[in-house]
Design a protein around this ligand. Structure first.
Ligand code: ISJ
Length: 368
């Protein structure tokens, strides 16, 4: 790691890196005040799933927007042992979400399972950044020091998210929500025929997707003088999963609203929480237990209020000993969701993290 790297958000458009820590903030409100007062001119870091709860945001000593991160050579597997929420437990969680939906308590609930891995040796954040950069082409690689949040001292959140929560440059705002997914490969590693075509025609997935677009339209329309939302989603692929995605562009009526304020306003979207938000979050807490930084957002905001935030999925939390990681994968449940398909979808989503940890020739499977 370049000495003192304290934050990273890197994709083909922009490579934002922070070095050193000038100030740390444990909540959105503290960081927003420091930016507004002009005491800091850049903050980067992570907001939790509950954006009103703990955050870990820092103002680096130095910020660099140089192009392109360097992929590392993925030099052998670092996985000693993996354990995952069993398929049967995840299936049961999906059934509980379906029951809650059938009772009218919510319309969509995003249910996740977790993975824990012990590593063969201490692995520093820089190596994981290089591994995600090498294995998750096309996604945004991110890394945030979680030390400003209670209980996360020395931990890092590192991953490769395909999903742009928002990008703000001046008065122009872009969001690219994802929802509706299909694995690209079956359990035996063979490509699933027609997966993308079937996803683009699946009434269940289009419905699942529409909740996210409707939520963003409702929140953004009052803030925008102009907004363009395509009628139909596109089909987009990561290395392991097909997704439905809708690129949204808006012009902010009041461009002084900052990227940090927008991130706190929009996150968590129904792509990772559900509809209605509060009811879905309550069901998630009952079914999974508390979520912390998974399914929140990671990004940055500068003194002009510009910035970029991705949804914190396809990521892991590295602990302070550097020898243990935790990761999560979830999927949206709506009436008609199939528990077995949800198990397969979360297994495929775990492959982003497992590929980064594994030997390129010997992939680790989530059910290993
Ligand atoms: C919740 C996750 O992914 C989200 C859920 C999706 C879905 O339900 O289809 C698709 C993309 C993401 O918005 C995850 O990867 O853990």
């Amino acid at each position: 790691m370049p000495a003192g790297l304290s934050f990273l958000l890197s994709n083909t458009d922009l490579n934002a890196r922070g070095f050193g820590v000038r100030a740390a903030f444990g909540s959105v409100a503290q960081a927003r005040e420091a930016l507004a007062a002009g005491t800091v001119d850049f903050v980067g870091g992570a907001l939790g799933f509950d954006t009103g709860g703990p955050a870990s945001l820092i103002a680096p000593e130095r910020v660099d927007f140089s192009p392109a991160a360097t992929p590392a050579t993925v030099d052998g597997s670092v996985v000693a042992e993996v354990s995952v929420t069993p398929d049967s437990v995840h299936r049961e969680r999906v059934v509980r979400a379906l029951d809650a939906i059938a009772s009218g308590a919510a319309e969509k609930v995003v249910v996740a399972r977790s993975l824990g891995a012990s590593l063969t040796r201490a692995v520093e954040p820089a190596e994981l950044i290089g591994r995600f950069t090498a294995t998750a082409g096309g996604s945004t690689v991110f890394a945030a020091d979680l030390s400003a949040a209670p209980g996360h001292d020395g931990n890092w959140l590192i991953g490769a998210s395909p999903e742009l929560l928002l990008r703000k440059r001046g008065s122009i705002l872009q969001c690219v929500p994802y929802a509706g997914s299909a694995p690209k490969f079956d359990a035996g590693g063979r490509p699933v025929p027609n997966a993308a075509e079937e996803l683009s025609r699946s009434a269940k997935d289009l419905r699942e997707h529409a909740y996210v677009v409707d939520y963003l339209r409702d929140l953004l329309q009052p803030l925008c003088s102009r907004i363009a939302i395509p009628d139909r989603p596109q089909t987009i692929s990561t290395n392991h999963v097909w997704h439905l995605a809708t690129p949204i562009t808006g012009e902010l009526a009041d461009p002084t609203i900052t990227a940090l304020e927008l991130a706190a306003l929009l996150s968590p979207t129904p792509a990772v929480c559900g509809t209605p938000t509060e009811a879905a979050a309550r069901i998630i807490e009952e079914v999974e237990g508390p979520r912390e930084f998974y399914a929140g957002t990671v990004g940055w905001c500068d003194a002009a209020g510009d910035g970029e935030w991705v949804v914190s999925i396809r990521c892991l939390e590295l602990d302070s000993s550097r020898t243990r990681v935790s990761a999560w994968a979830g999927g949206g449940i709506v009436a008609g969701s199939d528990p077995d398909a949800e198990v397969a979808e979360t297994t495929a989503k775990f492959q982003t993290v497992l590929s980064a940890l594994a030997d390129a020739d010997r992939p680790v499977r989530a059910d290993a």
